[in-house]
Ligand binder design. Structure first.
Ligand SMILES: Cc1ncc(COP(=O)(O)O)c(C=O)c1O
Length: 380
């Protein structure tokens, strides 16, 4: 049979490659973004209860109303924006599905989508599958600031969408209020949709306020905002997320959601709906992860790595230029093979694989794991 790939240039994701290597070399895995500690027992009990109570068949396609109502309240309380649970909120199989549905619903053949690099690796293939063209704009310097003038010059009459991600994977930077106002100004009087990936919304440090697109009226009316319960509540394997958007956008997204999964996992939705009733479950996360970040940075303070503390997410970039002039991909490979520690080389997410001699480490790990990893890093 002669098959023609729809994504011929797409290789195995760096996350699968590094996690596989970590297993092969029995290495500590600080590469892929997931915690190695357990999700709250209360949440597991709530899932079990939901199953025992008989919530084992398809839920409503857009998600159970109780959960949509709680998400609506959360946006209202945190960002001052009301989304109608009936028509403006949909529960999905992780944020990945929400992102895919949003791109598929709106990007047509020959449309352009602006993607800020480095970027999470699902965006570009999804754009290409929809027949669109990713227009890549590199974040500036090794602290990854947005050059809004460059973004402005990337906008053409074919631009259908721009994708942002704050707090940002893989760099741990966050967009400021000024950034968002500049973006709002740029998109005014255009037909461009903003796809705002906010899966790390609660993982933001040093008292910084999360600048959700929903806070800005000129952005909110054109924005689809994606969230992830897996990232928020330490259970990435449950693959449950959501998106919110004005009704006219959501109507189209739901058409794709019906085709991709129809509905997301029912017992998990019941459990999250109960758990979200207590806002401290998500409000305490910033302090929890800030402490992890600080523990990790303190543990490696005697090493030859240099860093700026991550401002959000559970990733920390470390600069290794004092240790070696190797390419980051080579150093990451050597680190896992010779020192049994897995991390992600940042160049794989940059335009032309630009290499700033930085590796990304996930600090969503037990203190014991962080200590073992730091011992290796300090020995280099
Ligand atoms: C920026 C970003 N967006 C989306 C996702 C996917 O989220 P989910 O696991 O809910 O599909 C991830 C996962 O690492 C991510 O880092």
């Amino acid at each position: 049979m002669k098959l023609e790939s729809k994504l011929p240039g797409t290789k195995a994701s760096i996350f699968s490659v590094m996690s596989r290597m970590a297993m092969e070399h029995d290495a500590i895995n600080l590469s892929q973004g997931f915690p190695n500690f357990e999700t709250d027992q209360k949440l597991k009990d709530l899932v079990t209860k939901a199953m025992n109570d008989g919530y084992n068949q398809y839920p409503p396609d857009a998600g159970i109303m109780e959960l949509r109502e709680l998400i609506s309240q959360k946006f209202n309380n945190l960002y001052g924006r009301y989304y109608k649970p009936e028509t403006e909120i949909t529960i999905t199989s992780g944020a990945t599905e929400a992102l895919y549905n949003s791109i598929t619903a709106f990007v047509q053949k020959n449309d352009e989508v602006i993607v800020l690099k480095p970027a999470y690796d699902s965006y570009e293939p999804s754009i290409k599958l929809a027949g669109g063209t990713p227009v890549l704009v590199q974040l500036k310097g090794n602290d990854y600031q947005v050059d809004w003038e460059e973004v402005a010059s990337a906008i053409t009459n074919r631009t259908r969408m721009i994708i942002i991600n704050t707090p940002h994977n893989p760099t741990g930077t966050v967009l400021s209020e000024e950034d968002m106002l500049k973006l709002q100004g740029l998109l005014k009087d255009t037909n461009i949709i903003l796809l705002s990936d906010e899966v790390y919304q609660h993982l933001i440090f040093d008292g910084t306020i999360h600048q959700s697109a929903s806070r800005f009226p000129g952005l909110a009316k054109r924005s689809i905002i994606c969230g992830s319960f897996g990232k928020t509540f330490h259970n990435t394997g449950w693959k449950t997320g959501y998106c919110v958007a004005p009704a006219e956008l959501m109507k189209e997204i739901r058409k794709i959601h019906e085709l991709t999964t129809f509905s997301a996992n029912h017992p998990m939705q019941r459990a999250y709906a109960e758990y979200l009733k207590q806002p401290e479950h998500y409000l305490q996360l910033a302090a929890f992860y800030q402490e992890k970040r600080d523990t990790f940075l303190k543990l490696i303070s005697g090493s030859r790595f240099s860093s700026k503390p991550s401002k959000g997410t559970y990733y920390q970039l470390l600069d290794f230029s004092e240790i070696t002039t190797e390419k980051d991909t080579d150093f990451a490979e050597r680190l896992v093979k010779e020192h049994q520690l897995a991390a992600i080389p940042v160049s794989v997410f940059n335009i032309n694989e630009k290499d700033h001699s930085q590796l990304r480490f996930c600090f969503a790990k037990t203190n014991e794991t962080l200590e073992k990893a730091a011992e290796i890093l300090c020995s280099l």
